[in-house]
Design a protein around this ligand. Structure first.
Ligand SMILES: Cc1cc2nc3c(=O)[nH]c(=O)nc-3n(C[C@H](O)[C@H](O)[C@H](O)COP(=O)(O)OP(=O)(O)OC[C@H]3O[C@@H](n4cnc5c(N)ncnc54)[C@H](O)[C@@H]3O)c2cc1C
Length: 574
């Protein structure tokens, strides 16, 4: 018997209800589109809510010399010049307006003594630039966007996983998936679709990402023909928790160092003085993460294989006021009072700089009708994201993409047809684990992938090691065809993991293949066998796309920067 499915229809469908998805939804709705937002978990539970340290914008409230040009220069240098410079320009110019807009919508930022939005220092930002709410900035951002969204005409579909984009010819026209509660199938028809599903940190063993970070939307876009960019660029945040083992990877915000925290090794040396004497503990994340890695490799690591992060020299009240979540996190999870003793920290996989290749102004992907915003989109951060630039990215490009998708949907007069064959293929893929009689376990396969990625494509990379890693990923892809799931589709997380595995395995291949091709060290991508930058490779992005013979990765030249922006880079390079 052919199983039916329910159908919903909108002008614009947004997959993902983090900051990017919600900001896009508000913009698309204000532009007059009927909007549907779908999320895997409950509304308000995305990664965005976990963001701690703040959002970067050159308001100049604390350091009046700050400007969009300085923010532009810092972001380009942080990304080691392979960023999409047009995105960075729009971002740096529009960031202050988006922060003020949040304030108008009710966000309660911390304040300076004279009542303006407070800004804190963060790694590789030349000025104190991060607007923040203690160390709970993401919570305030999501709360504000949700409050605003409630008053817009937006339909929200929670606990629903979408797994495949449906195409009419080359154009996207729908997305298919299932309700997590009972496994019923569902189709969303739409004239324009925005992917705002976040990153893919869960393909690594030690990560700050939650269970939702499995790269679904990016993998779906790839399968639908979209180009992916810079997939080799995986950010290791230098400070994740190390001990006890159950909390390994949980983020320790850069705000700790922004408020004066200092990194030390087991010899009580402030080792960042050696790696970056100028920016020290507030150097860019790639530099600090590699410094900790080196200290551990050379035998100066902390008790459990990391470094010590100390803020106990600051007054206890100040620490509790500025970093309330960190204070609680360490008391509750590690029995450590950070006002009295140091934290133990080590690098943790945090952010995917790579993702869907988009047009700067609109967020349009290379597939007609398909857009992307937030962590799922690529280009803004280049080879390394500066802390605080993601939350701002969400509201700057969330807004732009929402407007562009609504305009696209409005312009589209053709009738879009749903191809039942594509839906049938996805149903078969989803149901295969119940029928395969296979021997593979979805959870164990995920763990194996995490081991492979952590071992072969980690913080320090090398050709033969990565070739071995690639072979293992390809083997895991084969074995994933044999995943067996017991039980029914009701409340079945094993079944959900089976599909997540496929998304992560696709993206893992893109990460390793691009990492092998980038034969240099740049930003987050550190090659033991090519420790220096290569001038030629500094002028290309690596683009992954699906071909009849499998995944192809090719270099794409970066368009030359206009002279006025090149001038800004010069001017701001102090
Ligand atoms: C612990 C932590 C702290 C951070 N701190 C900061 C900070 O201080 N400053 C900063 O700038 N950045 C910070 N970041 C990074 C930043 O929070 C994220 O990059 C950003 O929030 C991503 O937002 P997003 O909207 O792109 O995606 P997310 O917030 O990750 O939302 C993704 C959405 O997509 C949905 N989804 C995913 N897959 C599917 C699917 N298949 N079907 C349906 N829905 C789906 C999810 O349910 C969710 O609603 C931090 C990140 C973490 C993890």
């Amino acid at each position: 018997m052919i199983e039916s499915y329910e159908t919903h229809e909108h002008d614009v469908l947004i997959i993902g209800a983090g900051g990017a998805g919600l900001r896009a939804a508000i913009a698309a709705s204000e532009a007059g589109a009927s909007v549907g937002v779908v999320c895997k978990s409950l509304l308000g539970k995305a990664h965005t809510v976990m963001a701690e340290g703040g959002m970067a914008a050159s308001l100049g409230n604390v350091d009046p010399a700050d400007s969009w040009k300085m923010h532009f220069g810092d972001t380009m240098r942080g990304g080691q010049m392979i960023n999409n410079w047009r995105m960075v320009e729009l971002f740096a110019k529009e960031a202050p307006d988006r922060v003020f807009e949040l304030e108008r919508w009710g966000a309660l930022f911390d304040r300076t003594d004279d009542g303006r939005i407070m800004q804190r220092a963060f790694g590789a930002h030349s000025y104190r630039r991060l607007a923040h709410v203690g160390d709970r900035t993401g919570l305030e951002l999501i709360r504000t966007l949700q409050d605003k969204g409630v008053h817009s005409d937006i339909d929200v579909y929670m606990e629903c996983t979408l797994t495949r984009l449906i195409l009419d010819g080359e154009r996207v026209c729908g997305a298919f998936g299932y309700w997590r509660e009972d496994g019923r199938f569902v189709l969303f028809r739409a004239r324009a679709i925005i992917v705002a599903t976040g990153g893919w940190g869960r393909m690594y063993k030690v990560t700050s990402n939650s269970w939702e970070g499995t790269g679904d939307g990016i993998a779906m876009a790839y399968e639908a023909g979209a180009e992916l960019r810079d997939t080799e660029m995986v950010q290791f945040h230098p400070t994740g928790m190390v001990w006890p083992p159950g909390v390994r990877g949980l983020l320790v915000t850069e705000g700790v160092r922004g408020e004066g925290g200092i990194l030390k090794n087991s010899k009580d040396e402030r080792f960042m003085l050696r790696y970056d004497p100028k920016k020290k503990d507030l150097s860019s994340r790639d530099v600090v993460a590699r410094a900790i890695y080196r200290e551990v490799q050379e035998g100066r690591g902390s008790e459990h294989g990391g470094a010590y992060l100390d803020i106990s020299h600051k007054p206890a009240d100040f620490v509790r006021h500025k970093l309330p979540s960190m204070y609680e996190q360490f008391i509750k999870l590690a029995d450590i009072d950070i006002t009295k003793e140091p934290m133990e920290v080590a690098p943790t996989v945090h952010y995917a700089m790579g993702g869907i290749q988009v047009e700067a102004e609109t967020g349009a992907s290379t597939v007609p009708g398909l857009f992307a915003a937030g962590e799922a989109a690529a280009g803004l951060h280049g080879a390394n994201r500066l802390g605080g630039n993601s939350l701002t990215d969400l509201v700057v490009f969330g807004r732009r993409t929402g407007e562009a998708a609504a305009a696209y949907a409005d312009r589209l007069h053709t009738h879009l047809a749903i191809d039942e064959h594509q839906i049938q293929c996805e149903k078969e893929l989803l149901l295969r684990p119940f029928e395969s009689g296979g021997r593979e376990n979805a959870y164990l396969l995920h763990q194996e992938l995490q081991d492979v990625m952590s071992t072969h494509v980690g913080i320090a990379r090398e050709e033969s090691d990565m070739q071995e890693g690639l072979q293992k990923v390809l083997d895991l892809q084969e074995r994933a065809r044999d995943i067996d799931v017991q039980g029914s589709r009701m409340f079945n997380p094993g079944w959900h993991t089976a599909r997540d595995d496929l998304f992560m395995l696709t993206l893992a291949e893109a990460v390793v293949r691009a990492a092998i091709l980038r034969k240099e060290s740049r930003g987050a991508h550190f090659r033991i066998d090519y420790p220096d930058k290569d001038e030629h490779l500094g002028r290309v992005n690596f683009i992954a796309c699906k071909t009849d013979s499998g995944m192809e990765i090719k270099p794409q030249p970066i368009p030359p920067m206009p002279s006025e922006l090149a001038q800004v880079i010069e001017e701001t390079n102090s």
